[in-house]
Design a protein around this ligand. Structure first.
Ligand SMILES: [Zn+2]
Length: 201
């Protein structure tokens, strides 16, 4: 014997008969698509399918927004850490600057990478406003990947004798994992943004 349950359509109020194991039905009076949900007491209640879809979509959007906020704050945190490392690196350059021949690897790096800016000149010309320069983009010494490349460059055996290299490498050492995480968090954020745009369209 099939167990029928009586209920009323939430759209037109018409009487419905549903089987206990049904999950979905159409109202025979008004045709509204209904989803049958069990309430806390275990009895079936009919809900308009359209409302469920709307609230599910809303939940998805809220979830995406919360995830995006988390990603954004982590990205800001990582970017701040990268910026701090860069500041320490540029400040340390002032120490190196006073010792003439040690800057050879900077010159070599700039030459090999055909950089439009020369750190040495930059520092010589703007000695008084060096702090401003730390805030600016110095080609070859700004992005995490540039700084990582520089650290690989100076790790070459021919510069091994230089007493400052070890400290520079130590300053730049935390960059690779930070850059890696930054890249993946940005990719995640972009993926969610693209998804949100698709949903909205
Ligand atoms: Zn109905």
């Amino acid at each position: 014997m099939v167990d029928f349950i009586q209920m009323n359509c939430p759209s037109c109020g018409g009487q419905l008969h549903a089987q206990r194991d049904m999950q979905k039905m159409f109202c025979m009076h008004c045709g509204t698509e209904l989803i049958l949900k069990q309430d806390d007491a275990g009895s079936l209640i009919p809900i308009k399918a359209r409302e469920i879809q709307a609230s599910t979509k809303l939940k998805e959007i809220h979830y995406s927004m919360a995830t995006m906020d988390l990603l954004k704050s982590r990205i800001a945190e990582l970017e701040e850490q990268v910026k701090q490392i860069r500041c320490i690196f540029l400040e340390y350059y002032q120490t190196i600057y006073t010792s003439a021949w040690n800057r050879k690897y900077f010159r070599d790096y700039e030459k090999e990478n055909k950089l439009p800016v020369n750190m040495e000149n930059l520092y010589a010309n703007y000695f008084d406003t060096w702090d401003d320069y730390i805030e600016r983009n110095i080609p070859g010494y700004t992005t995490p990947s540039e700084l990582i490349e520089f650290s690989h460059f100076i790790a070459r055996p021919k510069y091994k004798q230089d007493k400052y290299i070890e400290t520079i490498l130590m300053i730049l050492e935390p960059l690779p994992p930070l850059a890696e995480e930054l890249k993946s968090k940005k990719a995640q954020l972009n993926a969610i943004l693209e998804q949100t745009i698709e949903q909205g369209g």
